[in-house]
Design a binder for this molecule. Structure first.
Ligand SMILES: Nc1nc2c(c(=O)[nH]1)N[C@H]1C(S)=C(S)[C@@H](COP(=O)(O)OP(=O)(O)OC[C@H]3O[C@@H](n4cnc5c(=O)[nH]c(N)nc54)[C@H](O)[C@@H]3O)O[C@H]1N2
Ligand SMILES: Nc1nc2c(c(=O)[nH]1)N[C@H]1C(S)=C(S)[C@@H](COP(=O)(O)OP(=O)(O)OC[C@H]3O[C@@H](n4cnc5c(=O)[nH]c(N)nc54)[C@H](O)[C@@H]3O)O[C@H]1N2
Ligand SMILES: [Mo]
Length: 784
């Protein structure tokens, strides 16, 4: 099964992000997915009024869209869903799961869209066609025999508001809060950190703020690959000469330069827009120290200004009226010496002072961030330090300022809003009781890491997955795969085949659903759906293309079918009527959450949709104290598992990240164009001084081993070394291939987000497989 790019090579990418490289890439992907017929037309309706929401990232879609409101990777996601390829009954008849488990992630999804409901047959080791009625009835019967605490209802962040709302009602009506979701591996550090600091779990910035800001700080987010549409507002900001100050261990191309591929003038001209005006290659996990340094510089500037009779640098009136904890933050920060801050951040004092100077000059500052902040042991503190920085000059609650977490999946934020959470305290229980007669279980449910622990200890027996690729996305993959086989029931609602489906347990069901680009008809009536994006904006959407198979059911229909089979008429919920008309689901959502969703049915079609109210933007702080909370860092170690004072010299900090040719565990291809890698993902990026010091050379093959908990062998590779522009002591390699290296317990305190960006590893010489050798990177073009 070789679907590898024929020409493997490494060649530093010289061009800007976007531009012709991006346009070429869109054409190539349409070709690759055999989607030339239907995808190009669909692209015109992407992110448009009465069109569909891009199924890629959660970045905001403007109310007045461009003619083509999509990016290279959004086009890939569209083509991926609209592919002409099909993974139907013939495919499953031809391959046992034992065989399919030897296939790559890429090869599996590349087979195309699932078409029929399938059930695993142990005797033949194959999936066999079943009917929807059988599926609902038998899954319902099995669930009735289980204790609800033994069952988990996972959601990946793509399902609509309607489907998500029904899914949590199904789980709670059945009797459990076991509702883990992908945000448990993603922005949960945000939800925990922001809730505590400012009293809301979501970002405060909207698209309009980009027009008013006069400075943007950018931490740990790879905008060029993972939220490319944001490059447009960034470019606009740069045209207004707004400084953008970036902290990232890698010089990510999208954060350096951009050519708008939809601007004919820019495409033929020599000019690209410089995105970052300061680029700080912070050490992995060094942000706590870096932000502490910036705050230290600001405190000093403030003191000096006031001593000299000049206006203060900090907004003391705001701090006094709206915040708590400033003095504690000040004394904590002042205790750290510059020497410590420099060592732990990997940045010089002058660089941090330069960032502080621009911050102090600016009246409206935004902080944008992503997984480089949340997926650390100190992920929650990282987020809170960014809030601290903003609060010092009143940069929350005014136009052009605020905190901007860049969420992942297209509706991941919305799912949380409508009740997908393991925590019953976050659910309007009285409403659910009054409206539907559901008693929300008092017992806290399992989030993602808890679910993994419960699978390991055997206390979870059944897994229902609404999308996603749980077994590939979670940490400690290999250990979990073994335990996973002990599940008695495994139900996966999906669009394409992935590795999680290949370990079906005792009874496995694979239920194919409509994608969001497809027209959803219920009893002949076209149904709309809705989402909430990363800026708290809710909008209505419509699928535009004919479904991949007439057997597909919508997620709403599947949840309704399961609910009818499992719960019957136990509650005052007309599941069947909700399926027939999704506006009834929206009416229920509006009844449960009127402050956010009142008049949803009309407002979601307004130009640009509607924004959920964020009280913080009126400077009302729904925290315990009624004020915004400064949080002082407990320590500045990147990782307490490796003693920072004297790190063993051969331990490197590994971050696992995405290439430009994947969507999470969906591997579209083997190129990471902006990082110069072509035709392979079996690489590890390392600093050249580290290579010399550790006795390796670019082009060598190594396995990585986790350097904590030595009694458990965690390994990934063999990977080929690329000498790269990355700080000393740091390493980078791809997710999900490196997930076996991340110990399950190695997660952020309080949010339990796996610390996928700081995994202590050592390097070990290894021989590549024959297949790997064939696609090895020529050693000559290694060094950048
Ligand atoms: N095309 C495409 N789009 C996507 C996705 C995709 O896979 N493909 N995934 C979606 C999802 S679910 C999510 S959550 C987002 C993910 O989007 P990102 O948040 O961009 O996630 P990563 O690709 O993991 O990249 C993390 C970035 O943080 C940097 N980084 C790592 N460690 C540190 C650190 O300690 N400090 C700092 N300052 N930076 C650090 C890395 O160099 C990298 O640039 O994108 C969404 N959009
Ligand atoms: N080491 C490491 N691990 C990580 C991360 C990391 O940076 N490093 N990132 C984490 C993050 S941020 C996230 S969000 C998770 C992602 O974890 P998941 O959300 O579980 O994984 P995805 O890869 O997004 O899921 C892909 C599958 O979703 C299904 N799918 C696609 N579209 C639809 C649809 O419309 N409906 C349904 N029902 N199914 C659909 C397809 O079958 C596809 O195979 O991974 C996390 N894991
Ligand atoms: Mo994510």
């Amino acid at each position: 099964m070789s679907l590898i790019h024929p020409q493997v090579h490494y060649k530093p990418y010289q061009s800007a992000a976007g531009g012709w490289g991006s346009a070429r890439s869109v054409m190539a992907i349409l070709w690759r997915e055999q989607a030339m017929g239907n995808a190009p037309l669909a692209l015109f309706k992407q992110n448009k009024p009465k069109g569909f929401a891009c199924v890629s990232c959660a970045w905001a879609k403007p109310g007045d869209p461009h003619a083509l409101e999509f990016c290279e990777n959004g086009a890939k996601a569209t083509a991926w869903e609209l592919t002409r390829r099909r993974t139907g009954p013939e495919f499953f008849a031809a391959h046992t799961l034992t065989e399919l488990r030897t296939w790559s992630d890429h090869a599996l999804e590349q087979q195309g869209r699932l078409t029929h409901p399938m059930r695993y047959d142990v005797a033949s080791d194959r999936y066999q066609v079943t009917t929807w009625e059988q599926a609902y009835a038998q899954i319902g019967a099995q669930l009735r025999d289980l204790d609800p605490q033994q069952v988990v209802f996972y959601a990946s962040g793509r399902a609509s508001l309607e489907a998500s709302f029904m899914y949590q009602l199904l789980a709670r009506g059945y009797g459990t809060n076991n509702l883990p979701d992908s945000s448990n591996m993603c922005h949960e550090s945000t939800s925990v950190g922001l809730q505590e600091s400012i009293g809301v779990p979501v970002g405060t910035v909207t698209l309009a703020d980009f027009e008013h800001t006069d400075c943007i700080f950018f931490f740990g987010q790879n905008v060029g690959s993972n939220a490319p549409r944001m490059l447009h507002p960034l470019q606009e900001a740069r045209k207004r000469h707004i400084p953008i100050i970036t902290f990232n261990p890698l010089r990510e191309r999208g954060l350096e330069r951009f050519v708008n591929p939809q601007s004919p003038r820019e495409m033929i001209g020599p000019e690209s827009t410089v995105i970052s005006t300061q680029y700080h290659q912070v050490k992995i996990g060094g942000d706590l120290a870096a932000v502490t340094g910036i705050i230290k510089a600001l405190l000093a500037m403030d003191e000096a200004a006031r001593a000299a009779g000049r206006p203060a640098v900090l907004d003391h009136a705001f701090i006094a009226e709206h915040t708590q904890g400033f003095e504690h933050l000040r004394s904590t920060v002042e205790r750290y010496s510059w020497e410590t801050l420099e060592r732990r951040s990997g940045l010089g004092r002058a660089a941090l002072e330069a960032a502080a100077t621009v911050y102090a000059r600016s009246e409206r500052v935004m902080v944008v961030y992503g997984m480089g902040m949340t997926q650390h042991r100190h992920g929650v503190e990282n987020v809170q330090m960014l809030v601290d920085l903003l609060l010092l000059r009143g940069n929350i609650g005014k136009p052009g300022a605020g905190i901007c977490p860049v969420r992942g999946h297209s509706n991941v934020q919305g799912q949380r809003t409508v009740g997908i959470t393991e925590d019953p305290a976050k659910v309007p229980s009285e409403k659910l009781k009054a409206l539907f007669g559901i008693d929300v279980p008092a017992r806290k449910g399992l989030a993602t890491v808890d679910t993994c622990e419960a699978i390991l200890d055997g206390s979870v027996k059944a897994f229902i997955g609404l999308g996603g690729n749980f077994l590939r996305a979670i940490p400690d993959t290999l250990r979990l795969e073994q335990a996973w086989c002990g599940l008695s029931l495994n139900v996966q609602v999906a669009t394409k085949l992935n590795r999680t489906h290949l370990l079906p347990g005792a009874d496995g069901w694979l239920l194919p659903c409509l994608g969001h680009i497809e027209i959803d008809r219920q009893d002949g009536q076209v149904q709309a759906y809705s989402t909430e994006d990363s800026t708290g904006c809710v909008r209505g959407w419509l699928g535009t293309n004919e479904p991949a198979s007439d057997q597909l059911r919508s997620e709403v229909a599947i949840i309704a079918g399961l609910a009818e089979a499992l719960l019957g008429e136990r509650y005052a919920i007309a599941w069947g009527q909700w399926r027939q008309d999704y506006s009834r689901v929206r009416a229920a959502i509006a009844e449960v959450y009127p402050e956010i969703f009142h008049d949803m049915e009309t407002r979601m079609w307004q130009t640009g949709g509607f924004h959920r109210p964020i009280p913080v933007n009126q400077r009302q702080w729904p925290t315990e104290s009624g004020k915004a909370q400064f949080v002082a860092p407990q320590g500045l170690n990147a990782d307490d598992d490796v003693l920072d004072q004297e790190p063993p010299r051969d331990v490197l900090q590994l971050m696992t990240l995405r290439s430009n040719d994947q969507f999470n565990t969906t591997v579209y291809g083997y190129d990471d164009r902006f990082r110069g890698v072509h035709g392979t993902r079996s690489v590890v990026f390392l600093n050249r001084s580290d290579l010399v010091r550790l006795g390796f050379a670019a082009g060598d093959w190594v396995t990585l081993r986790t350097a904590v908990e030595p009694q458990v062998l965690r390994e990934a590779g063999p990977l080929q070394i690329i000498g790269y522009d990355i700080p000393e002591g740091c390493a980078a390699a791809y997710y999900p291939e490196c997930n076996p290296l991340v110990p399950l317990w190695h997660h952020a305190e309080r949010s339990k987000v796996p610390a996928a960006k700081s995994v202590p590893v050592t390097l070990h010489r290894a021989a590549p497989s024959a297949a790997q050798l064939e696609r090895a990177v020529p050693a000559t073009d290694q060094v950048r």
